[in-house]
Design a protein around this ligand. Structure first.
Ligand code: R5P
Length: 294
């Protein structure tokens, strides 16, 4: 097994190679003077090899998509018998319907193209909302991992007396599941999305947060507006401290300031996307999935 990356997940790919005692293969990715993509493997042949391409779809999801397609096609062209895409964070999943006439359904397009380019996909906590499983999107085998146990372990170690709050019903699959596994109190807020950058959330039950540490748990932290709105509500109800834990820290520009202004501290993420807030390492999760079967 050979492990490589297009650059977004270099640290993760190297750690994974070490844990699996596999060879790490650095790719050269550059641009020709006119901007065209240039990609090169440091070997002349990948004959009979299984190539594991570890690449998070953040930052620069559109460019990353092209990198992944080029890397996968080239691996096959060089003789690889199998290309497995490990996408710790998979993008394009939130546009999973035609919300306005004429829109592209990004998740379907992404899945269609990737299904042609790679033989298997492994991802962590994909934002599956209108699709129940990866099999409904991809025509290749897909493995959906969850960072839940890692988040639970972190919360138990650092915030054993907290109450867990999911800022919307989609996040309740993380907040409620983790709370249940730890025997902690939890609630899910009701969220109304007014625009891609504006949300309203409100408590719909009487969970006591006064004087307590509230841990907000979500899959994605992108603009930070969801976490910020939830934090303000928790503070209004007298929460002593508001912590946010997200699986995928996308952090668009300004997001960190947004959550800080709303009184969230600290913000913790897993390393599915490389970011200074990474405190939870998903390498063992990915290593176990690759050991189980390639
Ligand atoms: C939405 O359904 C997700 O679970 C997250 O709550 C959302 O993606 C967070 O986005 P933002 O940080 O932009 O509010």
């Amino acid at each position: 097994m050979l492990i490589t990356t297009c650059g977004n997940s270099e640290m993760l790919a190297k750690k994974l190679a070490k844990q699996l005692r596999a060879r790490y293969l650095p790719l050269t990715i550059a641009a020709f003077p006119d901007g065209d993509l240039y990609l090169r493997y440091p070997v002349a042949s990948l004959k009979s090899q299984t190539v594991v391409l570890v690449e998070s779809f953040q930052p620069h999801p559109n460019q990353t998509f092209l990198h992944v397609l080029f890397a996968a096609e080239t691996a096959k062209d060089l003789g690889a018998k199998k290309v497995i895409l490990v996408a710790p964070y998979l993008a394009f999943l939130r546009q999973d319907a035609r919300f306005k006439p004429g829109e592209a359904i990004s998740s379907q397009i992404m899945a269609k193209l990737l299904s042609k380019a790679v033989d298997k996909i492994i991802t962590i906590d994909p934002h599956l909302h209108r699709y129940a499983s990866l099999n409904e999107l991809f025509t290749i085998p897909g493995k959906r991992l969850t960072a839940d146990p890692l988040l639970a372990e972190y919360i138990q170690r650092h915030y054993p007396d907290a109450v867990l709050v999911g800022p919307d019903w989609e996040s309740s699959q993380w907040a409620a599941a983790i709370a249940k596994s730890l025997g902690m109190a939890s609630t899910t807020l009701k969220k109304k999305r007014l625009s891609p950058t504006n949300v309203q959330v409100r408590f719909v039950d009487h969970l006591a947060v006064k004087g307590k540490t509230v841990v907000l748990v979500d899959d994605i932290l992108s603009t930070g507006k969801t976490i910020a709105a939830a934090s303000r509500e928790a503070r209004k109800r007298g929460a002593r401290q508001v912590v946010a834990i997200a699986v995928h820290g996308v952090f668009v520009p300004g997001a960190q300031e947004t959550v800080k202004r709303a009184g969230v501290s600290p913000v913790i993420t897993t390393n599915t996307i490389t970011h200074p807030t990474n405190k939870i390492d998903v390498t063992p999760l990915l290593a176990a999935a690759l050991r189980e079967g390639t």
